[in-house]
Design a protein around this ligand. Sequence first.
Ligand code: PLP
Length: 405
Amino acid sequence: MLKLDFHPAGRHFLQIPGPSPVPDRILRAMSYPTIDHRGPEFGALGLQVLAGIKKIFKTEQPVVIYPASGTGAWEAALTNTLSPGDHVLMYETGHFATLWKKMAEALGLKPEFLGLPGIEGWRRGVQADLIEARLREDSGHAIKAVCVVHNETSTGVTSNIAAVRKAIDAAGHPALLLVDTISGLASADYRHDEWGVDVTVSGSQKGLMLPPGISFNAVSKKALEASKSAKLPKAFWGWHEIIEMNATGYWPYTPNTNLLYGLAEALDMILGEGLDNTFARHQRLAAACRKAVTAWGLEITCLDPAVYSPVLTGVMMPDGIDADAVRKLIYDNFDMSLGTGLGKLKGRMFRIGHLGEANDLTLMATLAGCEMGLKLAGVLLAGSGVQAAMDVLAAQKQKPELKAA
Ligand SMILES: *Cc1c(COP(=O)(O)O)cnc(C)c1O
């Protein structure tokens, strides 16, 4: 049986960059009874979430919803558009880009991994000019797809997808553009149609504030066309049957009913706040978080201010300090989870998530936990990050005219 004293008093601070905390409204919505997935109520729910999610991707094209984690939607993007042995150009932004490339290999594709050498590449995001140069060399158009991660969750770098589109067009190359915005969607500005993305991959447990368990493919006309001749084996992931049945709000198999209740609620919340307001809130919190990190005298993982992530901030540890030991100390003492360093950055950094329903005070509590933990761990801090972040957040508020009585 699940141990119910797992967390002490109050709420656990789940400040990893996904899964993000699930708001009470969404938890309540998910507790409605499971209904017949072939019945009339379900059809109405299906149509509602399929229409709503398009607004989040900023697309008029179909968005396929899978009862799967983001990794499943990665696989769907590749298997629906490509054939065995196809050459794909993937960009090394970090750990998640690396995992997607491994998957491409496992599926029988021939990925080429482009990027700056070493850790530097992980800290700067996609260099669109490298993609353009590589595509110009490929005069025979052997490269069938360009795959990039929009918000690289392992580092806190949000790459410029419009620039990648421009690079592909400037090279006059017909490759498809496949983008992972699993952790960017609904937290960072994203425009599937305007940026000419062919398949956008996303998931439920990051900016959408849902538990893990559903994921998405937004699909362009060009990608749908490519899927007609794509030869990689697929059955469960095949777009066509799903899109056909989605026309009336249903799926060819049992969809994730209760998570779709949650999705309907999340869409209400996000569209109710307004996407632009949601993005601005994330930018504001991210800016305050970065101010805290620099006030501590620590380094932000992302080295290029133009591509700082609004979703999470990576914090580099001084030499000789094990970031995972600091994380454990914070977990044990303050009941807060921070993101671990992944892949090449294991032990060298931790990640602070400020996505989803994050607000001023959840960020301040998070930073207080970090500051106390860093001090306990013996990290010498240059100053108070908490104070610096408070100054940023308070400066943005209206000061009322207070009159003496
Ligand atoms: C979380 C994440 C994934 C993996 O998604 P799962 O739901 O864990 O399968 C892939 N890419 C990025 C950028 C992510 O943040």
